[in-house]
Design a protein around this ligand. Structure first.
Ligand SMILES: Cc1cc2nc3c(=O)[nH]c(=O)nc-3n(C[C@H](O)[C@H](O)[C@H](O)COP(=O)(O)OP(=O)(O)OC[C@H]3O[C@@H](n4cnc5c(N)ncnc54)[C@H](O)[C@@H]3O)c2cc1C
Length: 539
């Protein structure tokens, strides 16, 4: 039986950071991951080459190698759609399969967390962790970090179509061009920043584990954690099932840290008796702590608006992809060595407060229509070049749940994000679409909108089709909420309430979603969890 000081469940964005930092402090750590290595045969290039992500995620045979394969329950406010809930199942977790966009969020996000009971998580509190974890191409400043494990740089060689958007959008949207949206001001339109460098993805796996291995950090892969062992009110270890089906026990002499993500962490807590008492009893699970685990699920949604434009240059054809990927692999340049998003924008709708509530993702392909729910890869309606702008709801009001489908740990959880259940979410998205269209129609070589297209040009028509064309941005958060009141699952030290020796550290602890893509704040949560634990030990 393996015993170490700490057991960390899940080698994702946050789990890699917390495991590494605890091991650096001298403790022995076992990091237990259900998925495979990210640098193994069959997946290495697909994960490592930035541009390969679209092939990886749009080819079902490849996707199933690295994805949990989860889907939502039918979404009542979205035509009962069953929407893919993609999650990385490999070392690096979702940071090994994500779009690599690097966004911390608005400073107000963290100040709101602190005001809502997450004491010690204001922007000023979390800024040192954000700085420590990154290696920003411009070097260190008061707000940015250098020398950290995650390499961050701006997108280079943007398409002519994106250049036109950058020239036109600020005037039409009434925002500035922003040089660094992770710097002093977020609002504006600017070059996307990505967690990649010299044609390699900078995942949490690469930054925290692979580049400088540590002897006291043991990484177990292919080990699906089925239960947290709780003895006398204290977490003493975990039980995991290997790929051969054998059960293994791993003991923690100090603490267990659950970093299994927004779906995996609540599922594991509930399987271990920590969750809503009535729900656990319904599945015959003994209740250890009655907590609102699995509540408060929320996510970002976006809607693609694609215009055909020759200046977008890139062609979504197999031959174009193969050439781009081969070049990126051999020479580390060309489109596939960077992000598929050239620009990001942050703007305020008429309902916003001081922080933007709409993000614009600017992508250099035409997007599939109407959505990507099907099992088969979906093709765009044309292979012509085009620019897609995705107005994105970054402060959703809709809330949903994660629940158990049964007491069998191998069953997928029931995921209900409750998309569009709050009417204001539809209103903000429609406003984002209208403003996006105002910019796109003014662009020089646009020959017209192809997605959703002229049939949906009127406000009534776009409102009618909206539930069929919203996409998850794959940013679910909130199901093991951090706080200080009855909505909380963990306290501001990330300790599970009512159980000793157990913490949660990942996107699930966010009380409310950050205004931007969620990888950077998830890694920050892992960093900060380790800091809080190490500080306390040295007191
Ligand atoms: C397709 C996609 C694109 C995205 N694009 C972006 C982007 O461009 N920019 C951005 O900022 N964010 C993006 N995100 C979101 C971002 O990657 C996530 O918010 C972030 O990675 C969440 O980190 P986490 O640590 O909470 O969970 P994860 O990184 O998902 O880690 C959870 C880990 O736990 C493991 N695990 C789960 N259950 C168990 C178990 N029972 N036993 C053992 N191991 C377990 C999982 O396999 C996984 O490795 C994207 C996500 C996806 C899926």
């Amino acid at each position: 039986m393996v015993t170490s000081d700490y057991v960390v469940v899940g080698a994702g964005s946050a789990g890699c950071a917390v495991a590494r930092r605890l091991a650096e402090s001298g403790a022995s750590v076992t990091l237990v991951e259900a998925g495979k290595r990210e640098d193994g045969r069959g997946v290495k290039s697909l994960v490592d080459i930035p541009g390969a992500v679209s092939v990886l995620l749009s080819t079902p045979q490849l996707k199933k190698l690295v994805d949990w394969g989860y889907k939502s329950v039918p979404q009542a406010a979205a035509l009962d759609r069953v929407i893919p809930m993609t999650r990385g199942k490999l070392v690096g977790g979702s940071s090994s399969v994500n779009g690599m966009l690097w966004v911390r969020g608005h400073r107000q996000d963290f100040d709101d967390w602190a005001a809502d009971g997450a004491t010690g998580w204001s922007y000023d509190d979390v800024l040192p962790s954000f700085k420590r974890l990154e290696d920003w191409e411009d070097g260190a400043t008061d707000l940015r970090g250098a020398g950290g494990p995650i390499k961050v740089r701006r997108q280079r060689n943007i398409t002519g179509a994106a250049e036109s958007f950058l020239a036109e959008a600020p005037g039409r949207l009434g925002v500035p061009v922003v040089d660094d949206y992770n710097g002093p001001e977020q609002e504006g339109v600017g070059l996307a920043q990505l967690s990649a460098d010299a044609g390699h993805r900078s995942s949490a796996a690469r930054g925290y584990l692979r580049e400088q291995p540590l002897d006291n950090l043991l990484i177990l892969t292919g080990a699906h954690v089925t239960r947290i062992l709780i003895e006398g009110g204290r977490a003493s270890g975990i039980e995991a099932r290997g790929v051969d089906g054998d059960l293994q026990t791993i003991r923690a002499s100090r603490e267990v840290i659950v970093a299994a993500g927004t779906f995996g962490s609540p599922q594991l807590l509930m399987l271990s008796g920590i969750g809503p008492a009535a729900h656990l009893r319904q599945h015959g699970i003994d209740v250890v702590a009655d907590l609102p685990v699995g509540d408060n699920l929320h996510d970002h949604l976006f809607v693609p608006i694609s215009n055909q434009m020759d200046s977008a240059v890139r062609r979504p054809t197999p031959a174009y992809f193969l050439r781009g990927l081969a070049r990126a692999r051999m020479r580390r340049d060309g489109w596939a060595s960077g992000s598929q998003f050239d620009l990001l924008g942050f703007v305020r709708s008429s309902q916003a407060g001081i922080a933007p509530d709409l993000q614009l993702h600017v992508l250099y392909w035409i997007y599939p229509f109407p959505n990507q729910d099907g099992a088969k890869a979906v093709r765009p309606p044309t292979t012509k070049p085009g620019l897609t702008v995705l107005p994105t709801l970054i402060r959703p009001e809709s809330r949903g749940t994660v629940r158990l489908a049964g007491s069998d740990p191998m069953l997928a959880p029931l995921i209900d994000p409750g998309y569009l259940t709050a009417a204001s979410d539809t209103d903000v998205l429609l406003e984002g679409i209208a403003r996006t269209r105002e910019v796109l129609t003014g662009l020089g070589d646009s020959t017209g909108e192809v997605v959703p297209g002229a049939d949906y040009a009127t406000p009534e028509a776009i409102r009618r089709i909206l539930p069929n064309i919203v996409h998850s941005v794959y940013h679910p958060v909130g199901t093991c909420r951090m706080g200080s009141d009855e909505r909380a699952v963990v306290d501001p030290q990330l300790r599970v309430l009512g159980v000793d020796g157990l913490r949660v550290a990942d996107a699930s602890v966010m009380p409310s979603i950050t205004g931007g893509n969620t990888n950077a704040p998830s890694i920050m949560i892992g960093e900060r969890c380790a800091e809080l634990m190490i500080e306390r030990r040295s007191l």
